[in-house]
Design a protein around this ligand. Structure first.
Ligand code: GTP
Length: 319
């Protein structure tokens, strides 16, 4: 199963259902727009368009609506074409489209559903029916959004999960390659975490992972930075447009910030409190390298940090 990429900045708002869902009403007859407006105005934010082109530019150039009520027969772009175009653009492909039309031929209904519509209502509309159907499709839409968000989140720490990291790495790799800009990867591993679990119990281990995750998240505030749980007690920070000179002090600060949490780790041969080791790899992506090379280099640097005594940062050469 593949998931549409959602930029980090768009993840959080999806977790909150909007109080007034945004409805776009598209109809070339103002009287029909008015009828629907009256039905929904009290608890929806309403946008209107009187032709297909206007509807598309509202969706693509503004904040996309949560649902669209779309007439079929309009001068210029008809509703079926508008719907097909919305479905081909990742920005708008998930917006449910309900066709509201005077056509009653079953073939029209079939064509509307084949064009990507989720429902088909005939005019004159029955207010109770159109309300109920809009409510159903909005609920489904928000549940889908939420599922998509949850599919990218690590349940224990609330950080991005491995799937999201893998997808973002591919995307940022291509973006940095186009811009000829550096991409830094920090790979982080908690030191002697097995001994921590053995000494304090698995639940305390979980709390410790949450504390480390919160420290990482607090340290990387830029919208384009991604902090993710890579697996077990390993985390990664992907920092686009960040060269080694910028990444190294961030990594050092991170090691210090975790040590400063002062979480007792009496079984650790390294220190009396919990520590992390960190590997850095930085590259200007190019055709002769792959994202996997960056991960392997950061992992090798992490291994070196462990070998050299843990609680420290090592960097891997990569050209
Ligand atoms: N509490 C808890 N423990 C986890 C979780 N995921 C992985 N672990 C534990 O993390 C430990 C990792 O141990 P190792 O890979 O041996 O590494 P380490 O003990 O940290 O040793 P070094 O990495 O060499 O410093 C294992 O004991 C796992 O059971 C989790 O979600 N919660």
């Amino acid at each position: 199963m593949t998931f549409k990429y959602i930029p980090p900045s768009q993840l959080a708002p999806l977790l909150v259902l909007p109080e007034r869902p945004r409805l776009l009403i598209v109809d070339d007859q103002p009287i029909n727009i008015q009828t629907l407006y009256r039905i929904f105005q009290s608890d929806h934010e309403i946008f209107m368009a009187t032709d297909g082109q206007q509807a598309l530019s509202l969706c693509w150039n503004g904040v996309p609506p949560d649902l669209i009520l779309l007439d079929i027969v309009m001068p210029g772009l008809d509703g079926l074409t508008v719907c097909r175009q919305l479905k081909t653009n990742p920005l708008t492909s998930d917006i449910p489209v309900i066709f509201v039309t005077a056509q009653t031929d079953p073939n029209d209904e079939t064509r509307a559903l084949e064009a990507g519509g989720v429902d088909f209502i005939t005019k004159p509309v029955n207010p109770a029916v159109v309300r109920a159907r809009v409510k159903t499709h909005l609920t489904l839409k928000f549940q889908n959004d939420l599922l998509r968000v949850l599919a990218f989140i690590d349940g224990l720490t609330g950080l991005a999960n491995r799937r999201r990291f893998d997808e973002t790495l591919q995307l940022e790799w291509r973006r940095c390659r186009r811009n000829d800009s550096p991409l830094a990867l920090l790979m982080i591993d908690i030191d002697h975490f097995k001994l921590y679990n053995d000494r304090y119990g698995h639940q305390a281990g979980d709390s410790c992972l949450q504390a480390v995750a919160a420290t990482l998240k607090a340290a990387f505030g830029r919208a384009q930075d991604l902090v993710a749980r890579y697996g077990g007690e390993e985390f990664v920070c992907l920092l686009p447009e960040c060269d080694h000179a910028a990444a190294k002090p961030k990594a050092d600060a991170l090691v210090q910030a975790v040590a400063a949490l002062g979480l007792p780790h009496e079984s650790s041969p390294t220190a009396a409190t919990l520590t992390i080791s960190l590997g850095i790899a930085v590259i200007i992506p190019n055709v002769s390298r792959s994202p996997e090379d960056l991960v392997m280099a950061a992992d090798a640097a992490l291994y070196q940090a462990k070998q050299q005594g843990r609680n420290q940062v090592c960097s891997a050469p990569l050209s």
